[in-house]
Design a protein around this ligand. Structure first.
Ligand code: MG
Length: 447
């Protein structure tokens, strides 16, 4: 059982739990298990330089060489690692509030390290058995200031630059004062878009909005897109591995629709998670594509992309993976791909409206972490009769019940909070409500 690592590395309140000492001990454990040249980069948080220096000192003490990449989006650090280095450390708390920070270790492919390695790191951490090298083998540091330019050029090579230039779009970009500020506005400007930048001044206090790009936090973006008559709006989370969009009418683009829109464009084998809408399957059928579902989490999507030879992977949380460029979520590349699609076929509002949407209910029912396993066991064994007749059940992640008419219920324990999550999708509102009531009373009974 892991004690430090969550789904996205280690994330804590900076200088409370995540102190320089903690960062140093954790990185020394990682450095003891890794050799070669390690890239270190981080987001715009006030605590990032403090943690970064602790991380670098520790890595050097274990004999690793370090390339200090400075402040960069997570996908840009991952790009640098997969191209040039043996591993990476990313200092970011992604979409969490400003007081948080985190440490994420990535392997030579720029992908989050495997659970086995996390467990080994924890063992060294708790036993305080980091391997410090003698004085004549301590690592050295260098910088690589060219990486942003190179990353931008590599993205431009992979989109239809002529079509984007011809479209002559106005795009409002809201980076939330996060690390995307260094990339997305410049990229779009180079491709001839008129860019109206909103919260694109890097600032660890996140004065304009919270780092999480939710509809509630993006009211300004939605208003400005509409008032300025822009063609679309783009927003990122704090480290720009996520991308969300706003159509030219100022409406926040539904994640399932955005997923379907990009997936339709790509065709072939699409990898998504158990919580994605069935409208994706229906739209993909029309273009001769196929949908494969995995557990929730971008690492699982990446694994399936490799195994199945997928063309695109996405989660309905604003996380998009384009294997022709990267096997990690890249919000910046995704933004450019979306602008390309809208340039070819837009407007965005019409493209989204053409995708069917069904009745969705998302709910969470309180359940202490210690009871989650037991409750999920009961879910599997004691499903109500209405659920068990003429249905298909899969246990890819939690329990997903698909009914004959296409509606489905997903019951899964939250990975980060003391809740059991329920998601329901149905073609009729009445069915959705009925399934919701049934699931709720069933869960309340067994918790
Ligand atoms: Mg993120």
């Amino acid at each position: 059982m892991k004690k430090l690592f969550g789904t996205f590395g280690v994330r804590r309140i900076a200088n409370k739990q995540l102190t320089p000492e903690f960062a140093s001990r954790l990185s020394a454990a990682f450095g003891s298990l890794t050799d070669g040249k390690i890239a270190v980069g981080g987001d715009t948080r006030t605590s990032t330089p403090m943690i970064k220096h602790a991380v670098i000192a520790s890595l050097l003490s274990t004999g690793c060489d370090v390339v200090d990449l400075g402040i960069l989006p997570t996908p840009t650090v991952q790009y640098a690692v997969r191209k040039y280095y043996d591993a990476g450390v990313i200092i970011t708390a992604s979409h969490n509030p400003p007081q948080y920070n985190g440490i994420k270790f990535v392997d030579e492919h720029g992908i989050g390290i495997k659970e086995e390695l996390e467990e080994k790191i924890e063992k060294i951490f708790f036993e305080e058995k980091a391997e410090r090298v003698p004085w004549d083998r301590i690592g050295s540091t260098t910088k690589n200031r060219k990486i942003i330019r190179e990353y931008i050029d590599e993205i431009i090579k992979r989109v239809d630059a002529d079509i984007i230039r011809e479209a002559n779009f106005t795009v409002v970009v809201d980076c939330g004062s996060g690390a995307g500020s260094y990339t997305t506005p410049y990229l779009l400007r180079e491709l001839g878009c008129e860019v109206l930048s909103l919260n694109c001044q890097p600032d660890g206090f996140f004065p304009g909005r919270d780092p999480e790009p939710t509809p509630k936090n993006l009211k300004n973006l939605m208003d400005i897109v509409k008032v300025s008559k822009a063609d679309l709006g783009i927003a990122h989370d704090g480290d720009a591995d996520r991308m969300v969009a706003v159509d030219e009418k100022g409406r926040f683009a539904d994640f399932d629709k955005l997923l379907t829109l990009i997936a339709k464009e790509k065709g072939g084998k699409i990898i998504t998670t158990v919580d994605a809408s069935i409208s994706l399957d229906e739209c993909l059928k029309e273009v001769g594509g196929e949908v494969i579902r995995t557990k929730v989490g971008d690492v699982h999507v990446a694994e399936a992309l490799i195994k199945e030879g997928g063309t695109f992977g996405g989660e309905p949380s604003g996380t998009w993976l384009h294997p022709e460029f990267s096997l990690s979520p890249d919000g910046i590349f995704s933004a450019l791909k979306l602008v390309e699609i809208v340039s070819k076929e837009g407007p965005l509002s019409r493209l989204l409206d053409e995708i069917p949407s069904y009745y969705n209910i998302r709910d969470k029912i309180p359940c202490p972490d210690t009871k989650k396993d037991n409750v999920m066991e009961k879910v599997k064994q004691q499903l109500p009769k209405q659920f068990t007749e003429k249905i298909q059940i899969d246990n890819i992640d939690g329990v997903r019940i698909s009914l004959e008419d296409g509606s489905w219920v997903l019951i899964r324990p939250s990975g980060t909070e003391p809740y059991i999550r329920v998601r329901i999708e149905a073609k009729k509102e009445k069915t959705a409500k009925k399934l919701h009531n049934m699931s709720r009373s069933f869960l309340e009974k067994i918790i």
